[in-house]
Design a protein around this ligand. Structure first.
Ligand SMILES: [Zn+2]
Length: 312
């Protein structure tokens, strides 16, 4: 084999003694690379279940194959006949290869790369890029997402943002809860009811979080979220999402614009005011900020502050 090539292959498969690269070949008919991994016959292997000492118990009856990450853009497969061991406590046990997770037909390197691709492109596109069927990619995605969700530590969550969304336009709604400090979605519940917020609190506490430590919750102005957040997170300051405040303001400005349409002299002023609410704060001039403030209070005389609009 080419110098260093064996080490490269062994590294990509996390191989350590007693596992080793037996050989690799290129199949020029199928355009595929095949790597063969062996496990030394005389090596002692601890019990995969209890970690105790074992005696060797032969090999699995047939060689197993896994899809590995491409080698020079050629599909690559790893083959290995894995050993079995006999433990006095656990009986006969199948030993897994260091490059696989149990029951997967893909190596860990392939799955890691697939997850990286799927975080950037839709699954259908990922399927074409990786030359792997969508069903297998769904299985890989489900495993790693579920595992991460199960292991997530929410003890440091002190602020929460919740909102509703739908998986497909006009279809089933879900309540999504985000930790804005870590920029991570930590919970998704079916529906957009009060029960969804209560279920989110249960999940938070199951993963080390404390509802009493939540200092602020951002949500929309819906009749279900506000009472539910007050009840479940009594110490949290309730904040209305800027997006929803802006949406109502623009809608109010639109209504006035429609009413004023016949009065030509006021039409331009209302139109210009509407645009002011669409300019990002950081890009506004002082004159624009003052103008926006005047328009805001003219339209919303009962609101005392423009920032965040706390309603608690
Ligand atoms: Zn054992």
């Amino acid at each position: 084999m080419i110098e260093g090539f064996e080490q490269m292959l062994a590294g990509s498969l996390h191989l350590e003694e007693p596992c080793y690269i037996m050989g690799a070949e290129f199949d020029s008919v199928q355009n595929e690379v095949h790597i063969h991994v062996g496990v030394r016959k005389d090596a002692m292997i601890p019990c995969p279940k209890c970690g105790g000492s074992t005696t060797r118990y032969g090999y699995e009856p047939t060689e197993r194959s896994w899809r590995h990450s491409d080698c020079l853009f050629y599909r690559c497969y790893v083959h290995c006949q894995r050993p079995r061991v006999l433990c006095e406590h656990c009986g006969a046990q199948q030993v897994n290869a260091p490059f696989e997770r149990p029951h997967s037909r893909f190596t860990l390197l392939f799955e890691g790369y697939a997850m990286m691709i799927m975080s950037d492109v839709p699954r259908r596109k990922a399927s074409a890029l990786l030359r792997c069927d969508e069903k297998s990619l769904t299985s890989i995605l489900s495993y790693w997402v579920n595992r991460t969700v199960k292991e997530q530590n929410l003890s440091d969550v002190s602020r929460i943002a919740i909102d509703e969304t739908s998986f497909k336009r006009g279809h089933d709604y879900v309540t999504v809860s985000v930790d804005p400090d870590q920029k991570r979605v930590f919970d998704v519940q079916p529906g957009r009811s009060k029960e969804a917020v209560t279920a989110m609190k249960t999940k938070l506490e199951q993963h080390g979080g404390d509802s009493a430590n939540i200092q602020a919750i951002t949500c929309d102005m819906s009749a279900s979220y506000l009472p539910a957040t007050r009840e479940n997170f009594p110490n949290a300051k309730q904040v209305i999402d800027k997006f929803h405040v802006k949406k109502r303001l623009l809608s109010a400005l639109d209504d006035i614009r429609k009413q004023e349409q016949r009065k030509v002299d006021k039409k331009q002023e209302i139109f210009r005011s509407r645009r002011l609410f669409m300019i990002p704060e950081a890009k506004m001039t002082d004159a624009q900020k003052n103008s926006r403030r005047r328009t805001f209070f003219k339209l919303s005389p009962n609101v005392s502050s423009l920032s965040d609009c706390p309603v608690a």
